[in-house]
Design a protein around this ligand. Structure first.
Ligand code: HEM
Length: 120
């Protein structure tokens, strides 16, 4: 029996778009990181994060953004900011009704990007 992909277990395109949207809006209200996004194009960032999450979890969508190192290089992102983004991700998953196991898998996958994002 083949296991469903994380993409499928997250609820596919529809749910992942909701997660990306909740995530951006949670960042905008998180005082540890919101200054980082004041000049951002909300729809563009949501679309790129949506594509990134889909392609990282087994979806067919192509990620059209830059890689994580190139994107975050020179931003001097701290450990605290990185953890704030993961906190917001957890909260976005919970408020969109994602199961415990899927929360843990996606959190871990994102945590593993740390070396391409923090102080690079
Ligand atoms: C696992 C953690 C993270 C993931 C998966 C992630 C993912 C992304 C993605 C996909 C983009 C768009 C790439 C592009 O523009 O080509 C992006 C942009 C960005 N990220 Fe991250 N990111 C993470 C952590 C962080 C952290 C900790 C910060 C700092 C608070 C941060 C700040 C930004 C900013 C400021 C942008 C540019 C937004 C814009 O273009 O307006 N990211 N990130």
């Amino acid at each position: 029996m083949s296991e469903a992909t994380l993409y499928e277990r997250l609820g596919g395109e529809e749910n992942i778009r909701k997660i990306a949207t909740t995530l951006f809006d949670t960042h905008a209200n998180n005082k540890t990181i919101n200054a980082r996004y004041v000049n951002s194009d909300r729809d563009k960032v949501i679309q790129l994060v949506f594509e990134f999450l889909c392609s990282a979890t087994g979806g067919h969508q192509k990620y059209t953004g830059r890689d994580m190192l190139t994107t975050h290089r020179g931003m001097n992102i701290s450990e605290e900011e990185f953890m704030a983004v993961l906190d917001d991700l957890l909260s976005a998953l919970q408020s969109n009704g994602i199961g415990q196991r899927e929360q843990e898998e996606l959190l871990l996958a994102n945590y593993n990007l740390r070396n391409d994002i923090v102080r690079v």
